[in-house]
Design a protein around this ligand. Structure first.
Ligand code: IPM
Ligand code: MG
Length: 368
């Protein structure tokens, strides 16, 4: 690619991103008004089918009355596997996307993202195609009175053009995108959550001292939105010191809602999940106005599969996500029951004790 071609490609990207920013407003799905709700079930790769089959058992038990009455439909969606995606050279094959769009919400196992190459991650594609702009990740450490909730912008930043950078001989360049509209909606989601849930502090995290345009805009728009929430205090942090703050026992329990752009949110939520007990323990919601997708915070764990330990995959992360899904579709009692059971159940998956993903769930089902 010579410089002229790279500039032409850049022009197209700019035009496309401006168009995206102009078309962001969608009508919100109102689950209290829906006659029936379809939950798409996507197994994913690696340990995905192992943990998903257990999550489905839990859903079937908790939602048994609604499923029998036809008010909730569990719809299995096939074909979002790394083999199929590679064979078709599509991050999310078209017919799979069509199936997905017939659902209201999705429960999805982890999908494998090839490193390098041109194939985009299925997650990133789905977040973009379904416009799932809010990545919401709660983390709690009760012994320390810590209850964090991260609102990560999920459709822009480093991710939106992550597979469409340019390369010249000896040079590679990727692009990071921040829009007013895209920032405003994630900021509103975070502040509104704080207001509705009795939180009085939102912490904005960027690297605006270095990423002046994009993170500078992110911070500025978040502060604009904050003006509509005078009872909520706002503080600004750079991502480097914020990663330190999360391991600083003197101050870490003071953080409540954390609002941040895409890549920083990706990184810091793994750190937070690890502090809670491991990436196997944290759920993740990808929420847009029309659709929402719930998943484990971790990946498909190919190493665990290679070692033949797939049966010992920890289902807690996907089960936390299942509870978030239930809350989202207003099955509040079922969500509460599952959350309580996850808290009560002490024994976790453990190779040395022979506690598998399935036997963990057997015990959990008895608590429901
Ligand atoms: C996550 C994951 C994804 C991300 C990957 C699988 C693309 O790490 O959901 O945090 O980077 O967002
Ligand atoms: Mg991640």
């Amino acid at each position: 690619m010579d410089i002229q071609k790279a500039c032409d490609a850049f022009r197209c990207l700019l035009e496309e991103q401006l168009r995206r920013a102009q078309n962001m407003n969608q009508e919100k799905t109102d689950f209290s008004q829906k006659e029936s709700i379809t939950i798409g079930i996507i197994d994913g790769d690696g340990i995905g089918p192992v943990i998903m089959s257990q999550a489905v058992r839990v859903l079937e038990k908790l939602l048994q009355p609604q499923i029998s009455a036809g008010k909730i439909i569990l719809k299995k969606i096939e074909g979002l596997t790394i083999e199929n995606r590679m064979a078709l050279s599509q991050a999310v094959p078209e017919d799979v996307l069509t199936q997905i769009k017939t659902c209201d919400v999705l429960l999805k196992g982890p999908t494998t993202t090839p490193m390098g190459g041109n194939m985009e991650s299925a997650n990133v594609t789905l977040r973009r195609e379904l416009d799932l702009y809010a990545n919401i990740r709660p983390v709690s450490i009760p012994e320390e009175n810590i209850q964090w909730i991260f609102f990560r912008e999920n459709t822009e930043g480093e991710y939106v053009l992550g597979s469409r950078g340019v390369e010249l001989p000896g040079l590679a360049m990727d692009f990071k995108v921040t829009t007013d509209a895209g920032t405003r909606r994630i900021a509103q989601a975070a502040f509104q959550y704080a207001k509705n849930n009795g939180k009085n502090r939102v912490s904005i995290v960027t690297k605006a001292n270095i990423m002046k345009k994009t993170d500078g805009k992110f911070t500025a728009i978040c502060h604009e939105v904050a003006k509509d929430y005078p009872d909520i205090s706002v503080d600004d942090w750079y991502i480097d010191i914020m990663t330190a703050n999360l391991v600083n026992p003197a101050i870490r329990n003071q953080f409540q809602v954390v609002l941040l752009p895409n890549l920083y949110g990706d990184i810091i939520t793994d750190e937070a999940a690890q502090l809670q007990g491991g990436v196997g323990t944290a759920g993740s919601a990808n929420v847009g106005d029309r659709y929402a997708m719930f998943e484990a915070i971790h990946g498909s764990a190919p190493r665990l599969m290679e070692e033949g330990l797939g049966d010992y995959a920890d289902p807690r992360s996907i089960l936390q996500a299942t509870a978030m899904l239930l809350r989202h579709i207003l099955c509040t009692d079922a969500a509460q029951t599952l959350e309580n059971a996850l808290q009560t159940q002490q024994e976790t998956v453990d190779v040395t004790k022979g506690i598998t993903c399935q036997s963990y769930t057997d015990a959990l089902l008895k608590l429901l």
